[in-house]
Design a binder for this molecule. Sequence first.
Ligand SMILES: O=C(O)CCC(=O)C(=O)O
Length: 299
Amino acid sequence: MSDKRQRARVQGSWAKHPAKPPQPAARLGTSSNNQQLKSASSSHESNWGVKQQRTFEFQQPTKLIREIPPEKVIEQAGDYEISYGLSGVSRLRLLPGFLLPEKADWMFSKLLAELPWSQKTNLRQGEAYEEPRLTCWYGELPYTYARSTMAATTQWHPLLSTLREEVERATGRSFNSLLCNLYRDGHDSIGWHSDDEASLGDKPTIASLSLGDTRVFSLRKQPPPEENGDYTYVERLRVPLSHGTLLLMEGATQEDWQHQVAKEYHDRGPRINLTFRTIYPEPEGHRPGTKLRCIAKQP
Ligand SMILES: O=C(O)CCC(=O)C(=O)O
């Protein structure tokens, strides 16, 4: 448990007060908020048989008690405005059953067998690591994230072109690229991140189509700057993504939220996730894969 969370859970402590008579407790906040000073005595026999008086005093917590917001679940079809911030509204649209099960079944088998799946090696703090899933990329431009680049592939698999058209028709959006993810079993995953590379533009719309076994897509809100990157008290959402489900992420979702598909430690079959995106040429003078917020922060 983080130090901060532990401190927040501690509501006070029963402190030993050996010699002095009870002192009034320090007052915090408004009087209605304050706990009354309570004292209690107990007798205690020392090793030499002399009775000693012990006094206990309730000490006020030095921090306000904060609740961790309960995780919310999104399962029903619909449009969800998940937050409103300075950067605008963050929106999700969930369409379970976007593909009928039979169609989803044969698409899944074909894509599993026919796409050029491979394991990408990324860099984190100078260390190379293999992604815990397989991927492939379709788009006229290369895509760089986590310091590693996926080469442009202009020749789309015909099934993916068909799916792109169907997704565009249903969402009224257009997409020029596609990142395909294959989770071979429950041990494959993608860690917390936002799709906020500068090459995806400001407020990107991403359409994510899931095939195969259900996995939980989790979102957590970015904490405000004063939390210094601590996610303890942020809002969290859980969206189970089943066979044939389409999820659209729009508006400020990539700016104000992060998402992940965590590992699961019970049996999970393979799952394919297709994320349709629009990619633009990298802004001039910036390293490929630079996050938009890093560019925005530069003078
Ligand atoms: O597998 C998923 O549902 C999420 C994939 C994802 O987060 C990504 O490709 O950026």
